[in-house]
Design a protein around this ligand. Structure first.
Ligand code: ADP
Ligand code: MG
Length: 159
């Protein structure tokens, strides 16, 4: 299932992330693609909020590869920007996190492609000029399709 969403500010992006975070039950894998400055980390901040992560100082983990946050379920935030070879993925420890009880979000996740589970939420963020960003969401697998369906419903019935 495909769903495109447009946002016009970082706050709006966080809100979309928060809504998705609220719908998560644990075990989800989310892949984020998009150039530097697209809004991947901003979106993760929103997801963290939706998972009730308290210390939302979350910095970009670009230099640490992997950060863990305690929410109502654990959030693992990984950034593969500096990864050169896909084999290096094995050293970061994210393979054990796929299919665990937490939520795993991977910026530049395409680099981990050979290791990714078939079921996942795949989001490509495009800078559409100014503060506008387009989120092309591709849900592969039942739980992700459910998440997008609920998100879509929410969008048309704003609270
Ligand atoms: P990435 O992780 O993709 O490199 P960041 O989330 O770190 O990107 O940075 C996104 C930048 O774009 C921030 O400076 C943010 O303020 C800005 N921005 C402007 N408009 C938006 C928007 N609609 N959504 C997200 N970020 C936006
Ligand atoms: Mg980032």
């Amino acid at each position: 299932m495909l769903l495109s969403i447009t946002t016009d500010s970082p706050e709006e992006t966080k809100r979309i992330g928060e809504n998705i975070g609220r719908l998560m039950r644990g075990g989800e894998v989310v892949v984020l693609e998009g150039e530097l400055g697209a809004g991947k980390t901003c979106f993760v901040h929103g997801i963290a909020k939706g998972l009730d992560v308290k210390d939302i100082y979350i910095s970009s983990p670009t230099f640490v590869y992997l950060n863990e946050y305690n929410g109502r379920i654990p959030l693992y935030h990984c950034d593969l920007y500096r990864i050169k070879r896909s084999e290096d993925i094995e050293d970061i420890g994210i393979l054990d996190l796929m299919g665990c009880n937490g939520v795993l979000i991977i910026e530049w996740g395409d680099k981990a492609n050979p290791y990714l589970p078939e079921d996942r939420l795949y989001i490509t963020i495009t800078n559409a000029g100014g503060d506008r960003r387009r989120f092309d969401c591709d849900a592969r697998g039942r739980i992700y399709i459910e998440i997008l369906k609920m998100l879509k419903r929410k969008k048309y019935h704003a609270d």
